[in-house]
Design a protein around this ligand. Structure first.
Ligand SMILES: Nc1ncnc2c1ncn2[C@@H]1O[C@H](COP(=O)(O)OP(=O)(O)OP(=O)(O)O)[C@@H](O)[C@H]1O
Length: 272
């Protein structure tokens, strides 16, 4: 590890020591199948409130599949079948009486590639609050838009051009717009699938800072291929390999003194 990564790991160790730990989401015995092929095997994982949990592991190990289980995005894939249980504040999210639209408002998602709608900056953020009926007047909606863009660290850059297309922003700004869009419906958990992979280092640093700020109000689960990023932004790290959860623990420990050799090899760049 280079010195920057070591410093980030040390930071993570310090952050770990001052933490209260409430479980926000709990996966128990989760299996996922795509048709006949099993992609996840018996995964047990607790996602802690107001912490960033990083999912790491070599390509194809099931990180995105697991992430998508947390807000039932896998429901949109016909051949996908999920067994086991996942709870949000103790409530089973796969219970047939759960309203999936409402679940996805509580557990929002930010994707790998910034994907603003082909609409104005304002309309991108207004979309969710409108469909969920969160504002009863234009001024209430305006307030939600401003707060969401502020929380996403984008307000100052866009406040004078809210009616311009979201797609006209830079890649990093577009990703922060997508984060604002996720925040606008007041989620409790935000899932991020490699949110910086399409961004340059400066835009990446800005989004990483933002993730750290957002943790105060939200619970975050992030899939990342970057060990430095996992060390910089997360308090907990979960290592996956071939569809199994190898181990999960405080990020500092996972990077300095993991229990499993596969984690050791992966975080030190020996495979993956
Ligand atoms: N829609 C799908 N249909 C069929 N198989 C899928 C589908 N999505 C994922 N898989 C398979 O499930 C396994 C896990 O994939 P997944 O994308 O969750 O891994 P990952 O760890 O996120 O990979 P990467 O780091 O490359 O994004 C892989 O074998 C993959 O081919």
């Amino acid at each position: 590890m280079n010195m920057l990564a070591e410093a980030a790991v040390e930071d993570a160790i310090n952050r770990d020591s001052a933490r209260t730990e409430t479980v926000k989401m709990q996966a128990s015995g989760v299996n996922v199948f795509y048709g006949e092929k099993q992609a996840l095997f018996d995964v047990d994982l607790a996602v802690r409130k107001n912490q960033v949990t990083a999912l790491i592991g070599p390509s194809g190990c099931g990180k995105s599949t697991f992430l998508r289980c947390l807000n039932r995005m896998n429901d949109t894939i016909d051949i996908c079948r999920v067994t086991g249980s996942i709870t949000l504040d103790g409530e089973d999210i796969y219970d047939p009486k759960i309203d999936v639209v409402e679940l996805r408002a509580r557990v929002g998602m930010v994707f790998q590639k910034p994907n603003p709608f082909p609409k104005s900056i304002y309309e991108n953020v207004a979309y969710g609050p409108r469909i969920h009926g969160l504002a009863s007047s234009r001024s209430e909606l305006d307030a939600i838009i401003e707060t969401s863009l502020q929380k996403a660290g984008l307000w100052n850059e866009v406040k004078d051009r809210l009616n311009e297309p979201g797609t006209g922003l830079s890649g990093g700004q577009q990703q922060r717009l997508c984060i604002a869009r996720a925040i606008a419906v007041s989620p409790e958990v935000i899932l991020m699938d490699e949110p910086c992979s399409a961004l340059d280092p400066i835009a990446t640093a800005r989004v990483e800072e933002l993730i750290d700020e957002l943790r105060e109000n939200y619970t975050i689960v992030i899939v990342t291929h970057s060990m430095q990023q996992a060390a910089r932004v997360s308090q907990r790290t979960a290592m996956f390999h071939l569809g199994r959860l190898v181990e999960e623990g405080p990020t500092g420990k996972m990077f300095t003194n993991p229990e499993d050799k596969r984690t050791q090899d992966y975080v030190t760049g020996r495979f993956g």
